[in-house]
Ligand binder design. Structure first.
Ligand SMILES: Cc1cc2nc3c(=O)[nH]c(=O)nc-3n(C[C@H](O)[C@H](O)[C@H](O)COP(=O)(O)OP(=O)(O)OC[C@H]3O[C@@H](n4cnc5c(N)ncnc54)[C@H](O)[C@@H]3O)c2cc1C
Length: 393
């Protein structure tokens, strides 16, 4: 059984590992000529780290991670704590896997190291995917045509495969963009920052957390904007731009933004939900299927869950059974991923409420929730075992 996975992002790498574990011969094709360190921080909740453990990569991933004891939600103007939730040992005991904070490059490196190099074709851009009753075919930019029983298009938010399968459909600008930066821990040591925090303000929120075992502080400063920003990990902000967007915020927020050396500006896009992700022997996975705003830190986690269910659905499938197995995969994943897309968008609206009665009501609601629950509302999704068919959402 031969599969081609298009795209070596977190989703494509996880899908490759998951399929290989169930006996598939997988070729992973990636258009970039070499794996580079792009992006900044990423949070991995227990629903994702549980899958990484099954894929035998959790130890390698966790070796580079920071493990937060808790998350603190704060108000923008004075940093008063609205509420806090447990993320450390308590979460690990409750959900059976840790909450990890990582540099994306560290995560990517750990996943890449688990894939045999001969299975990876770098510098290979896919320009078409076709199929007949017996096989699927991937055409590359050099004219090569690769045959497989299954093609997984994990080609990200700008997915071309999504158009080939379902017709024209573009990524949609979310009306938000983020300044992103990484600061050495010693540059912010005097600020005594919590391990993970989200400061909420009108039309903006500010998130920071430690990565790389606490050596670096990852900063994500999100703001609403009508100007469509470029979706890129490498687009640089103008010097000081981030400070003018956050004028009047608590002094600690401004100090972090002031001390950030290289700041990147990232336009946040989404993809509208699809009723199905698969056609015949070809399926979408990860951001190509369900790119969402990152305000529940669940985009990559959902891609990792897709990979787990994909491997499970295709276990023991014969070539003729692949289309039906893909139906099962999509059926088990579409509604959970779609509701996480909606939940993430709602979190953005809640975070960005204007000062006044609505924000006060939100803060009261959050504080009341935290008094009764040890874990954040999104944690209801962390306990769901993607491979337990009885608990799927
Ligand atoms: C600001 C921000 C913060 C985030 N924070 C979190 C977080 O804390 N936790 C979390 O779980 N998620 C988070 N996310 C979401 C997460 O980053 C994405 O959901 C995840 O990276 C998607 O992975 P993917 O593999 O589907 O796509 P990608 O990572 O985009 O990978 C797609 C790959 O396909 C390749 N490719 C594309 N087209 C072709 C082609 N034609 N031929 C060959 N290769 C191709 C690309 O080069 C790329 O390597 C965040 C997102 C943003 C924007």
């Amino acid at each position: 059984m031969r599969a081609i996975v298009v795209g070596a992002g977190i989703g494509g790498l996880a899908a490759t590992l998951s399929l290989r574990r169930t006996g598939w011969d997988v070729t992973l094709v990636e258009r970039t000529p070499h794996f580079t360190e792009v992006g900044a921080g990423i949070q991995l909740a227990p629903n994702a780290t549980r899958v990484l453990r099954r894929l035998d990569v959790l130890d390698a991933v966790a070796a580079h991670a920071a493990r937060p004891s808790h998350v603190s939600f704060r108000t923008w103007s004075d940093g008063a704590e609205i509420c806090r939730y447990a993320l450390g040992r308590e979460a690990e005991e409750e959900f059976g896997a840790p909450y990890l904070l990582l540099h994306r490059a560290d995560l990517h490196k750990a996943l890449t190291a688990a894939v045999p190099p001969e299975a990876v074709h770098l510098n290979t851009t896919v320009v078409d995917i076709t199929q007949d009753d017996d096989s699927a075919y991937v055409t590359t930019a050099t004219g090569e045509r690769l045959r497989a029983d299954l093609v997984v298009a994990a080609d990200g938010i700008r997915s071309a495969a999504r158009q080939w399968l379902f017709g024209k459909d573009e990524a949609v600008f979310s009306g938000t963009a983020a300044y992103r930066a990484l600061l050495p821990a010693e540059e912010v040591a005097d600020l005594v920052l919590p391990p993970l925090a989200a400061w909420l303000g009108p039309d903006r929120h500010f998130v920071h957390y430690w990565v790389r075992r606490g050596e670096l502080l990852n900063v994500v400063a999100v703001f609403s904007t009508e100007a469509v920003a470029q979706e890129s990990w490498t687009a640089r902000a103008e010097p000081g731009e981030q400070l003018s967007e956050f004028t009047g915020w608590d002094a600690r927020v401004l100090k972090v933004l002031e001390r950030a050396g290289q700041v990147f500006r990232y336009g946040i896009f989404t993809r509208p939900p699809l009723p199905r992700w698969n056609v015949g022997r070809v399926t979408l996975l990860g951001d190509s299927a369900h790119a969402m705003v990152p305000f529940q830190a669940q985009g990559a986690a959902q891609a990792i869950l897709d990979a787990a269910v994909l491997g499970d659905a295709l276990r023991n499938a014969t070539p003729a059974e692949v289309p039906e197995a893909l139906d099962h995969y999509a059926c088990r994943r579409v509604s959970a991923a779609t509701s996480m897309q909606a939940r993430s968008a709602q979190a953005g609206r809640d975070f960005h409420l204007p000062d006044g009665p609505e924000a006060e009501a939100r803060n009261t609601r959050m504080a009341a929730h935290a008094r009764e629950h040890r874990f954040m509302p999104v944690a209801t999704a962390w306990g769901t075992d993607a491979l337990d068919r009885r608990t799927e959402g």
